[in-house]
Design a protein around this ligand. Structure first.
Ligand code: 5GP
Ligand code: ZN
Length: 115
């Protein structure tokens, strides 16, 4: 756990969040400022600041985040209509919390390109 990392604190249960899924590797919880009717963040329990910090040994974990997003979308009834998954990496992409998180957005039509 990284000191003063918001998402490490959520993973540790020190800050409350509306959890939608958890296992030994990842945690998924509702975004507190949702950008769609359904907006969940999937995070690794392990602290990694950005995608740039992924190491060879993290490949399975990165894949698991995506697999969990698909499962959560399915379970919550969004697979058929569709959903968007987003990793923002660093300031230029709008990353504001520096603990890797996969956004899962659903429940409305999405536009492209993103802003
Ligand atoms: P980023 O901008 O880094 O890609 O996404 C960070 C996300 O974390 C934002 O969508 C923001 O609303 C969400 N967020 C920030 N602080 C909290 C919090 O304390 N609790 C929850 N559940 N989400 C948060
Ligand atoms: Zn962290």
């Amino acid at each position: 756990m990284a000191n003063e990392c918001l998402f490490c604190k959520i993973a540790a249960g020190e800050i409350p969040a509306k959890i939608v899924f958890k296992d030994d590797q990842v945690l998924a919880f509702e975004d507190s400022n949702p950008q769609a009717p359904f907006h969940v963040l999937i995070i690794p329990r392990q602290h990694l600041s950005t995608l740039n910090d992924l190491k060879t040994e993290d490949r399975a974990l990165a894949g698991h985040l995506i697999f969990c997003a698909a499962q959560i979308a399915q379970v919550n009834g969004h697979a058929q209509d569709g959903y968007r998954t987003v990793f923002n990496c660093n300031h230029g992409a709008g990353q504001s919390v520096f603990h890797i998180h996969l956004h899962l957005l659903a429940g409305r039509s999405m536009t492209w390109p993103p802003g």
